[in-house]
Design a binder for this molecule. Structure first.
Ligand code: EPZ
Length: 426
């Protein structure tokens, strides 16, 4: 089992190249099920979750070529599904990656049947998929749940008006893909506005889908007979970007951080940029780069996670790490998931002063953290511990970093290249 070994106390200076967004690549790979022609994707991040998704799609019968075009080495993945081998998404794959649920809409829309294992919960919450199921039933699917599997059938889905009970990112994505090949118009109200939803819509439109309103809470889809192949570059990962911004801000006290993030999409993380500026970091950005400078102790800043464009739940743990050594007391409220504070006991092991009250964590900034052995519990908690380790005096080891590898491409390499003393040890 790999561990990360970090010796804190270094500021971050230099350049980091941001990878494609995991949470855009996952639904867009599933869109590969929706056409017999090649869908060529660039800027696909090399992550554990992507490898799991490709494994799932291959067993469905998707033809996948990971060296798509010699002329463009960045063209990482080409997919095409001339025929379906299996309509089943088996439990042993789905349980390792909940985003597998995203094959449900595409399978139903193109092949009229799907047998997808219920994803089950995960560390951060129960994460039901009732909205996915209710929305597909609205589109005319017959759905039963037996022995832990969702069995769905539909000769041809029919456009409908769907209002989801809460904002759901993959729910919106599943329904948008299903509606793309349905007969007639679908309207999704209360739709998720995340940039990854917009990126999926843009890819589907390039494939011939008729979609308008992506990025707003009302998406209209006019179903078409079939989708054709396309080329699409995955949007940059706003959470990876925010994670490195927090790392640079938190380590500024050690002589000044000055980090330039390239191939980024600054306009997709405005809420995070605003909070970091409030905390005292100097941030400038334009087009596809962001530069952050910090040299003083930050001010403690409170956040409340909400659906996009508000402060993202996927940045809550990382921002908490930054608040641990900031000046003052901050309050972080997690409104999206019911159990997303598992990084707190580990941060306390590093010397943080945090008290949890229901969906709120109260962080009293301390002068410094001290290195210790800690354990990663979920993807963004792992990132939080890396940031805290970069700040802590002495040595921090982080175990179970397979959580980190699910969502960050070579994080230790990217950080070491800008001055962090971090290495992976087996
Ligand atoms: C997506 O998960 C992301 N994953 C998550 O990122 C992210 O934290 C989350 O959206 C919120 O932004 C991917 O895109 C692959 P939701 P998703 O459906 O779609 C409840 C990461 O770290 N809900 O928007 O599963 C649900 O329990 C991951 O990269 C229902 O009750 O989240 C939650 O409380 C973690 N019924 C809330 O809605 C449903 O049918 C939002 O969930 C669906 C959701």
């Amino acid at each position: 089992m790999d561990k990360l070994l970090i010796r804190g106390g270094q500021p971050l200076r230099g350049e980091i190249s941001i990878s494609g967004a995991k949470n855009a690549a996952l639904p867009i790979l599933c869109a590969g099920l929706m056409t017999a022609e090649p869908l060529v994707l660039r800027n696909v991040p090399r992550l554990q979750d992507i490898a799991s998704m490709l494994r799932l799609l291959r067993q469905h019968g998707v033809k996948i070529d990971e060296a798509a075009t010699v002329r463009d080495p960045e063209a990482v993945v080409a997919l095409a599904t001339p025929t379906l081998h299996s309509d089943e998404a088996p439990y042993d794959i789905v349980r390792t990656m909940r985003a597998s649920i995203l094959v449900l809409g595409p399978l139903l829309a193109r092949f009229g049947s799907a047998k997808v294992s219920l994803p089950g919960g995960c560390a951060i919450g129960a994460r039901p998929v009732d909205q996915h199921i209710k929305g597909l039933q609205k589109l005319g699917a017959e759905i039963t749940i037996e022995h832990g599997y969702i069995h769905a059938k539909a000769k041809r889905l029919k456009g409908a008006r769907i209002v989801t009970d809460m904002v759901t990112v993959t729910g919106t994505e599943n329904l948008m893909m299903a509606a793309a090949l349905a007969d007639g118009r679908t309207v999704i109200e209360n739709a998720a506005r995340e940039p990854e939803v917009v990126d999926l819509a843009n890819c589907l439109i390039a494939m011939g889908a008729k979609i308008s309103g992506a990025g707003t809470d009302r998406i209209e889809i006019d179903g078409v007979e079939a989708l054709h192949g396309a080329e699409h570059a995955i949007v940059p990962d706003r959470i990876e970007t925010g994670t490195f911004l927090c790392a640079a801000a938190a380590t500024g006290v050690f002589g000044g951080s000055d980090l330039l993030l390239r191939h980024a999409a600054p306009q997709t993380l405005q809420a995070v940029i605003d909070k970091l500026a409030e905390a005292g970091a100097a941030i400038e950005h334009n087009g596809d780069w962001i530069r952050i400078r910090a040299e003083r102790r930050l001010k403690a800043i409170s956040v409340r996670t909400l659906p996009y464009p508000a402060f993202p739940t996927d940045m809550q743990a990382q921002f908490m790490a930054l608040d641990c050594t900031a000046e003052g007391t901050s309050v972080l409220t997690e409104t999206i998931f019911e159990n997303r504070f598992m990084h707190v006991p580990e941060l306390i092991r590093l010397g943080a002063d945090i008290a949890i009250q229901d969906d709120t964590a109260v962080v009293k900034g301390v002068a410094g953290l001290s290195g210790a052995a800690v354990m990663a519990t979920d993807l963004r908690a792992s990132a939080s511990l890396v940031i805290a380790g970069l700040v802590a005096e002495g040595e921090t080891t982080i175990s179970r970093i397979y959580h980190l590898d699910r969502g960050y491409e070579r994080m230790e390499g990217k950080l070491a290249a800008v001055g962090a003393r971090i290495e992976r040890v087996s």
